[in-house]
Design a protein around this ligand. Sequence first.
Ligand code: UDP
Ligand code: MG
Length: 330
Amino acid sequence: MNKPKVSLVIPVYNEEANLPELIKRCVAVGSGVPGGFEIVLVDDGSRDRSPALIQEATGRHPGQVIGVMLNRNYGQHAAVMAGLAESRGEIVVTLDADLQNPPEEIPKLLDAMKEGDCDVVGSIRQQRRDSWFRRLSSRIINKAVQKVTGVVMHDYGCMLRAYHRTIVDAMLQCHEHSTFIPVLANSFASKTAEVEVHHAGRSGDSSKYNLWKLINLQFDLLTSMTTFPLRLLSILGAAAGLLGFLFSLILLFMRVVYGSAWAAEGVFTIFAVLFIFIGAQLLAMGLLGEYIGRIYNDVRARPRYFVSAVLGRFPEREARISSAVGLRGQ
Ligand code: UDP
Ligand code: MG
């Protein structure tokens, strides 16, 4: 069977209320995509009728709907990874199953990708229909990610995104357990774009994320981007130690000038010494952190670079390769 041009990867967790409409609308959108499409539905251990609905859909749309069934709930990003591994399209679009990202916006992403020769196209939610708490937390995260990755994207939370096959392959080579896909993708992307998309209210039940899951996700996000918090320990330690040292110098000076009664008979001196020791301790912990950070980076075994094509070795094959990996600019 020929490879489709576009794969839609959709994580599904207890979405029986949304699945029938989702599949109908996605198939309708996909039929308009030149080069063919496939829909990869990943069941993330749902406990409702979602697996049955997915199975039924694969029978109804052979070759177009593919079901990937996970044995239990692994979380949205793990589910998307499983879908990416199964996808075969040259361009992969991820979206949520709850119809908050209208599938009708997908052609917009594909156009932006083609127009700008991009490898990642993100989306910005117009008039976001979520609770203020969800919106505020997203805002803080977006700002932090922008600062750390240096990639300016406005809306990291919106999963309606398009990735080129090169980026998908690079992500699949990352073996870490905690991933935040949009950030991971951007760490490999060379050219990105963003389009504005509509954001619908949730049609089924409420968000699948409770507070605890949300906190977990933020930590995944933070630790997947940077080991800077570990370094913060050293900085804090150095600052505390330095301040303690300055404090002791001031004490010494004041004591010489005003005599021992001024410094509460040595009580202040104890504080100064304490600060110096606390500083030294934090510094030592930060040093350990530096090693842990390096171990962490090695354990994740992310590819250090990603070759998109090798030229000149097999000239006769090159035409095929360049179309497969999307060699740009010629
Ligand atoms: N999801 C999943 N596993 C989970 C939680 C969520 O696969 O453990 C899926 C869910 O079915 C939906 C998407 O991830 O397709 C986003 O979930 P939700 O809409 O609840 O998140 P929010 O809109 O609050 O970001
Ligand atoms: Mg949602």
